[in-house]
Design a protein around this ligand. Structure first.
Ligand SMILES: C[S@@+](CC[C@H](N)C(=O)[O-])C[C@H]1O[C@@H](n2cnc3c(N)ncnc32)[C@H](O)[C@@H]1O
Length: 436
């Protein structure tokens, strides 16, 4: 929660069709603080909250992709000159180093892309070198309706509008590979990515076929046991880092603890939450990312029920959940240890924004070693739950055989073009850009 000296309305973005779920979630957030606030959605993918002095952090919300503290609303722009009034509104917002311009991700706003480009070219001149990364945002809800404001005090979405520009890796066997990549970028801090996504670590992928999630782990040189009756991609198997077992993901037990559990099985959310809770309670894994497929109705309630099951894990783990851009009728949950080893997670390693992402626990200090590591040495040489790879490990799709393990995957370079990544889950395209 962040208090504001002045009450401002909020605008939030979500996946089209999930406005009622975000409204349920916001109502619950305010009700928990004995506040009754007017919340509504008059437009696809957009939820509005009446002026409030306290607002949730984006990291506290599962169904919100981005959040704007609205300082100026221009609802009747003259199409002959939109630049002057928006520029004036930006002037009232105060100095900023970055300008973020976007439209909601929906069919009706798709045609606004050229307008956004033209407006941005004119308005970005107002950004100044403020010596920080202060941002101002313009959300074009339509051709004549603009919201002007700032991201919340603790930072807005990691990617403007919550739309990441992740490149579909050549050679990945399924598009859902982007889901796990996005989860790593959005739900983990930088320190956690360096500590927990390293060559030599071990993982179990439940419901792995054809291997999109396994691919993300293997490209980071991790050893994966892929559990699925279905076929796992042959190139992935040739990496020598994958062991494929045709077993039931709900019955499988690792011979020894692994670093990661990832799970994309299509099952009731409560059943998956129980499975993950059992893995942690049994000490079979140290971190997890999993998908919860949500029912058609009462999706926020379904998440709350799953969270109840996961709650005991919050004593030692951060639990973070978000409906990611690449998620459809589902949300993605990350469970990561609160204590990362000192050598791998020096204090202050994460960005300021990253550091405030925890939903349940404070941001990791990174001062301690893994509970199961007596020496505090890196995990590459222990916790070998799975058979050693048979062949020389190479990155799938990498003809050179270079491992790429030292290449930081933490911050995929944006292309610089305001375009939608690969083939996204919905056919709509939110146009967004961030300029200095
Ligand atoms: C959405 S797909 C997974 C896609 C995969 N994450 C990827 O990126 O390619 C779900 C998979 O879960 C598997 N599955 C469903 N129930 C399972 C179970 N009880 N045990 C093992 N696998 C299961 C299905 O066979 C299916 O391949």
């Amino acid at each position: 929660m962040h208090p504001s000296s002045t009450a401002h309305p909020l605008a939030l973005l979500c996946r089209v069709g999930f406005e009622p779920d975000l409204i349920d979630e916001l109502r619950a957030w305010f009700a928990a603080r004995s506040l009754v606030v007017e919340i509504h959605s008059a437009q696809e993918a957009v939820v509005r909250v009446a002026a409030v002095a306290v607002a949730p952090r984006l990291a506290e919300l599962v169904f919100a992709r981005d959040l704007l503290v609205v300082e100026q609303e221009l609802s009747d722009l003259d199409v002959k000159d939109r630049v002057t009034p928006i520029g004036r509104a930006l002037g009232l917002v105060g100095a900023f180093a970055q300008l973020v311009m976007l439209t909601p991700d929906s069919e009706s706003t798709k045609p606004l892309a050229p307008l956004l480009t033209a407006l941005e070219a004119r308005l970005r001149k107002q950004a100044t070198a403020t010596g920080d990364d202060s941002a101002a945002s313009v959300w074009m809800l339509s051709g004549t309706h603009a919201l002007v404001g700032r991201p919340p005090a603790d930072g807005g979405a990691r990617y403007p509008g919550g739309v990441p520009r992740l490149k579909f890796p050549r050679g990945a066997p399924s598009r859902s590979t982007l889901k796990l990549d996005e989860a790593f970028q959005v739900l983990l801090t930088e320190a956690e990515r360096s500590a927990l996504l390293r060559p030599g670590l071990t993982a179990v992928d439940l419901g792995a076929a054809p291997g999109g999630w396994t691919y993300q782990l293997v490209m980071r040189q991790m050893r994966v046991t892929a559990i699925d009756n279905g076929r796992v991609d042959a190139t992935l198997m040739a990496s020598g880092l994958v062991t494929h077992l045709r077993e039931d993901g709900f019955r499988y037990r690792p011979a020894r603890p692994v670093d990661w559990l990832v799970c994309d099985m299509v099952e009731k959310p409560g059943r998956v939450a129980e499975l993950v809770a059992r893995w942690f309670a049994s000490g079979w894994c140290h971190a997890a990312v999993f998908n919860l497929k949500l029912p058609m109705k009462k999706r926020f309630e379904a998440w709350l029920q799953a969270l109840q099951v996961l709650r005991p894990l919050a004593a030692k783990q951060h639990i973070r959940a978000r409906q990611l851009y690449h998620d459809r009728e589902e949300i993605t949950v990350a469970v990561v240890p609160t204590e990362l080893r000192r050598a791998l997670a020096p204090v202050g390693a994460g960005s300021a924004r990253d550091g405030k992402r925890s939903r349940v626990e404070p941001a990791p200090t990174g001062k301690t070693r893994r509970p199961d590591s007596p020496s505090g040495k890196t995990g590459g040489k222990r916790s070998r739950a799975e058979p050693a790879p048979t062949g020389k490990a190479r990155r799938p799709g990498s003809p050179s055989g270079k491992t790429g393990g030292k290449r930081s995957r933490a911050e995929p370079a944006p292309t610089g073009k305001a375009r939608r990544p690969g083939s996204p889950p919905s056919k709509t395209g939110s146009r967004r850009s961030r300029t200095r």
